[in-house]
Design a protein around this ligand. Sequence first.
Ligand SMILES: Cc1cc2nc3c(=O)[nH]c(=O)nc-3n(C[C@H](O)[C@H](O)[C@H](O)COP(=O)(O)OP(=O)(O)OC[C@H]3O[C@@H](n4cnc5c(N)ncnc54)[C@H](O)[C@@H]3O)c2cc1C
Length: 478
Amino acid sequence: MALKVLPWHGLLPKTVYREGKMLDVLVIGCGASGMMAAISAARTGAITGILEGGEKPGKKLLLTGNSRCNLTNLDFDPDHLYLSEDEERRKKITDSVFSQFSVTDTLNFFHGIGLQTMVEHRSYVYPSTGQSRSVLKLLLLELRRLHVEIHFQEKVLSLRRRTSPQHGGIWLAETERGAFSARSVILAAGSSASPLTGSDGSGYLLARKLGLSLVEPLPSLTGIRCSLIGQKSRAVRVQAESLPRKKKKGRGRQKGAESMDLLSSLAGLRMNAKVSAFSAGRLLAEDSGQIQWTQSDLSGIVTFQVSQTVTRALSRGQDVELSLDLLPALNREELSSSLRKLSSRNLDLTVEELLLGFLPALMIPVVLSTLPESLSLRNSGSLTEADFQSISRALKALRLKALSVRGFDSCQVCAGGVSLSELNPLSLEAERSALQGLYLAGELLDLDGPCGGYNLQWAWSSGWTAGKHAGISAGSGD
Ligand SMILES: Cc1cc2nc3c(=O)[nH]c(=O)nc-3n(C[C@H](O)[C@H](O)[C@H](O)COP(=O)(O)OP(=O)(O)OC[C@H]3O[C@@H](n4cnc5c(N)ncnc54)[C@H](O)[C@@H]3O)c2cc1C
């Protein structure tokens, strides 16, 4: 059977291995971790190939950092990574993997293959070209230099190990079009996040069929659907309804629906805020910076960061509340005092007018709706100290109920994944003897990081580690 290697930007290796020829290392998945694993294995001298289910390499890599690829973070701190194992296990794995391929090693690697880099926001590293495409092309050139074969449209449907007297343990990967054999296999098939890029969760199924345990994958680094807590004022709702928005469907709407509508009037708004997530009064996470509102949810990098803990808490059935500090640059006292001063200058201002210089116009009706109706209808001359305190409290802590996070289609990573507990922390090889020669890398595993280059750093470091050990072990005939 003739195997098809599709051309991609003319960068692919010329060599085509055919069914029946055994590789030293076979990598499943041509994403960030798979490409790094293949490079690392091939650099040990191992004959290496990649099977990719899609028709192009690195589809997700191309999307990263708004197509600019935030490839690592100079302030990388492994303590900011999430995984479901206990603290001791987490430290063992991350210490081992990042000591074998650190942020410095990553930068040296990319500089070595010809990528120039630049730093933004103090520590976020991007290619100087400002294009993720440059990262992908240079990885492909390195794969070509190392004679790594890449087979496209070869989605692996089953993976099994058998022993032969001639070769000992051999891994067999079957696709619709044939079977590929290798001494070692690296499963780097990604997660369920953003399935249009090819990572459709099939890696989880392959791992499960081999008996590895899975921590339930959840969408993470994503928007949060919310409803407003404490909406009191009808009058202000009327003001909010005067804002342009989609037509209401039907009559007799519930209070929850009204509060959703009020929030959906914010669609398109970007503003600075501090977002804190609480469950049963306990702070789960907080972050500040730019938030964005969409028709259906709260979004933006700050929300994504908080979503990592919110998704886990919601999946456990916990109630989660978000508190938005809409003026993080001022403390409550400074805010009350500024409002007081402004009111004393002009006694005829409505509360809405008083807030015009503090909040984006779209946000004012939302905040006013959480104040007693009588207060939002008064003018500034009649406001008491307690009123100023209430207004500042509403601005410093707008309360939202977290209803759900966006789904896999639009999240950046998955929380959860194949448990690390059954892997050797040194090599990322499955510990069970029946699975000898099986390595795992990348987002497929139960580890995820915040935005800012953490997830790609994990893909590079875990890919490098798995590739190196798979290559050495396959080469030594172990
Ligand atoms: C929009 C977006 C922006 C992001 N931005 C950043 C960022 O700036 N910085 C950062 O650090 N992280 C970012 N991330 C996260 C980061 O991209 C991922 O964590 C990382 O790319 C995961 O790499 P991976 O190789 O493990 O998986 P993937 O990149 O998902 O690669 C897996 C590959 O395996 C293939 N595959 C799947 N199943 C099979 C099968 N059965 N057989 C054969 N092939 C298979 C898939 O087609 C895919 O090509 C972003 C993610 C998204 C969605």
